[in-house]
Design a protein around this ligand. Structure first.
Ligand SMILES: [Fe+2]
Ligand SMILES: [Fe+2]
Length: 473
């Protein structure tokens, strides 16, 4: 039986440096984003040269290829992909950021942000990337929105469904209309008849991985309904991107059929993941690896670059809150946060940020327990880590969102308990509040969603987010 080994990456968001890579406006933009901007070309070069030299059979790219659909970014990334394609075939889907669905393409010069950036239309995006995988194309489907889903044969017996879900769901959401769905079903049936195993990729989420509070808006329309349909029709493995979070999630339909979603994080953001999948004898082995580094402007950067870049989004904001009012306000605006009466509130924010920067876990735990009559956070656990600074712990938990809780693997049991207790505190408080039943139910729903996130971050559900084996039968 043949074996197929693939490297899967997502959300490159390539940003052409022609759009600006210095100056205050650029620094603010770059400093507000979990993923990097100017360095994307160098990151891609590093990953692509590694792929070209490796034993993989092909590369899969799960959409959001450019930062915001800028023509200059497309021109550069297309060239890089065409070069890689000569050595390892590239299969890809594009997505909403590739045709700038939110009209948000910008360039940066000095203090100023400009919106006069040429972008590609959806049709141009479709045409520019249409030739990838052409030699192994089995079937295609054009959506009413002007995009194309395709199926390809990989090796002897693996069928890849590269599905474009842009705006094809109910109400213009990402997803699938009836005709599109019928095409997917036809591919699954045909593959079954021919003894082929099927893997698929779509850009937006099929399943909620961290929790519905974060993932609902990132998912396709009627996502669990679609997951059930796909699972019942025999699809076992779906790769998605979009959330920039690396995490593997299982779902079982009412009829008892399982589908696994591998959400591939952004290659250009922490933890710069590359997901390797080896398909053999009807099993897919999933192994997540991380980019070791890259060279940018002649300087070497290690994997720690990505962690620092993501952590700095929070650190720099808090530090500026304490030390520089103007800088802090500009950083907030760069993140799209507008605070009414900023001038009046600033002294309070400054004080709060100052406390947060210096506070230790023990002090925070004691404070919470004082107001919750000792029931907020497990006292023994707080005591065990009382001298740790609070902020680095908060940032480590933040990193867990993106790295499939890889960071939490190094937490001791006391740290996990403290984070879990803090994350579930709101729900426990709401349960005790003397509110009217309907008001309480609404509040409880949100509180429960927050608890779910806390639970998933420190005690992630199986399968393991870095390694698992999935049956494609
Ligand atoms: Fe993205
Ligand atoms: Fe996206």
């Amino acid at each position: 039986m043949s074996k197929v080994k693939l490297a899967v990456i997502a959300d490159i968001h390539h940003y052409s440096e022609k759009l600006g890579n210095t100056g205050r406006a650029y620094e603010l933009r770059s400093g507000s984003d979990q993923k990097c901007l100017a360095e994307t070309g160098a990151v891609v070069d590093s990953a692509f040269s590694m792929f070209a030299e490796s034993d993989i059979d092909a590369v899969l790219i799960v959409g959001d290829i450019t930062n915001d659909g800028e023509r200059a970014s497309h021109e550069e990334i297309l060239r890089k992909m065409q070069e890689l394609d000569k050595k390892k075939p590239v299969y890809l889907i594009t997505s909403t950021h590739d045709w700038c669905s939110d009209n948000h393409a910008r360039r940066f010069a000095g203090e100023d942000v400009f919106t006069d950036v040429e972008t590609l239309s959806g049709e141009q995006v479709r045409d520019w990337y249409a030739s990838f995988g052409e030699k192994t194309l089995l079937s295609s489907f054009d959506t009413p929105q002007g995009f194309t889903s395709r199926s390809f044969l990989l090796g002897d017996n693996v069928r890849l469904l590269a599905i474009n879900d842009d705006c094809n769901g109910e109400g213009g959401k990402s997803g699938y209309d009836e005709n599109h769905l019928s095409w997917v079903y036809s591919q699954l049936e045909e593959a079954k008849a021919k003894g082929q195993y099927v893997i698929a990729m779509e850009h937006h989420l099929l399943l909620h991985n961290v929790g519905s509070l974060i993932n609902k808006g990132q998912s396709i329309a009627d996502n669990f309904g679609m997951a059930s349909k796909f699972a019942d029709k025999g699809l076992r493995l779906m790769f998605v991107g979009h959330s920039h979070m690396q995490r593997t999630t299982e779902f079982i339909s009412e009829n008892g059929n399982k589908i696994t979603q591998v959400n591939v994080g952004s290659l250009c953001g922490y933890p710069a993941p590359v997901t390797y999948v080896t398909i053999e004898d009807g099993e897919a082995e999933i192994k997540v690896d991380y980019l070791r580094g890259f060279t940018y402007n002649g300087k070497e950067y290690g994997a720690s670059f990505f962690e620092k870049h993501t952590s700095d989004v929070m650190y720099n904001l808090l530090n500026s809150a304490v030390s520089d009012k103007k800088d802090f306000h500009e950083r907030l605006l760069a993140q799209g946060i507008r605070i009414k009466s900023f001038d009046k509130l600033y002294p309070v924010i400054k004080k709060g940020a100052n406390i947060l920067l210096k506070m230790r876990v023990g002090t925070a735990g004691r404070l919470i327990n004082f107001f919750t009559f000792g029931k907020g956070i497990d006292k023994k656990s707080v005591k065990a880590i009382k001298n740790e600074l609070l902020l680095p712990l908060v940032i480590k938990v933040f990193l867990c969102v993106f790295d499939g809780s890889k960071t939490a693997k190094d937490f001791n049991e006391e740290t996990k308990k403290v984070v879990f207790d803090a994350g579930t505190l709101f729900e426990r408080i709401v349960k005790k509040l003397p509110l009217k039943a309907n008001k309480k139910a609404g509040l409880l729903k949100t509180a429960k969603q927050i608890s779910d996130i806390a639970g998933e971050l420190v005690y992630p559900a199986l399968p393991d987010n870095e390694y698992c084996v999935i049956s494609l039968k």
